[in-house]
Ligand binder design. Structure first.
Ligand code: FES
Ligand code: FES
Length: 175
């Protein structure tokens, strides 16, 4: 009887080269074709700031910023990101100073357990940079992909609105 075909072991699988900039640092990696960006970050690179909630694109806990766009890392295959520039929650602070939205989250008490917070922060930072939201309602709508089981929504919107106001005040002062 001919031997049964066997599934290839992980070590026999061809790994794909991936060059990606993560929080300003260029990285040359090798990844299995099925590795999600979320697993690459959390398991391969031990960057556990980005959280895994549903792993199905429904909770927003894994939100990161790729080339300025908010993306659910659990839905993105790492191999598709060759040449991309990625920001995770670990990259929001600069030179030891928190991003203004991180400070606003603290000031407005915008979290309880904190599990959704890295995703909320990345989503909020990209939303502010998009400059599309002009009101509380629009902030709520555009943040609706980020679920908070603790129900900190009003405080999260307060924090984002606060930074939005700070930015427009700075812009007005500069004009
Ligand atoms: S873990 Fe990615 S959307 Fe829930
Ligand atoms: S702070 Fe607990 S899930 Fe949002």
């Amino acid at each position: 009887m001919p031997p049964k075909p066997t599934r290839p072991m992980p070590s026999e699988i061809e790994l794909h080269p991936l060059t990606i900039t993560i929080n300003g640092e260029a990285r040359s990696l090798r990844v299995a074709p099925w590795t999600s960006l979320l697993d690459l970050l959390r398991h391969d690179l031990q960057m556990t700031g980005t959280k895994k909630g549903c792993d199905h694109g429904q909770c927003g806990a894994c939100t990161v910023i790729i080339d300025g766009e908010r993306i659910n890392a659990c839905l993105k295959l790492a191999v598709t990101l060759d040449g991309a520039s990625l920001t995770t929650v670990e990259g929001l602070a600069t030179d030891g100073r928190l991003h203004p939205l991180q400070s606003a989250f603290i000031e407005h008490d915008a979290f309880q357990c904190g599990y959704c917070t890295p995703g909320q922060l990345c989503s909020g930072v990209a939303l502010l940079d998009e400059g599309r939201a002009g009101s509380r309602e629009e902030i709520r709508e555009m943040m609706s992909g980020n679920i908070c089981r603790c129900g900190a929504y009003p405080n999260i919107v307060d924090a984002i609105e606060d930074v939005m106001r700070q930015r427009s005040a700075l812009k007005e002062a500069a004009e």
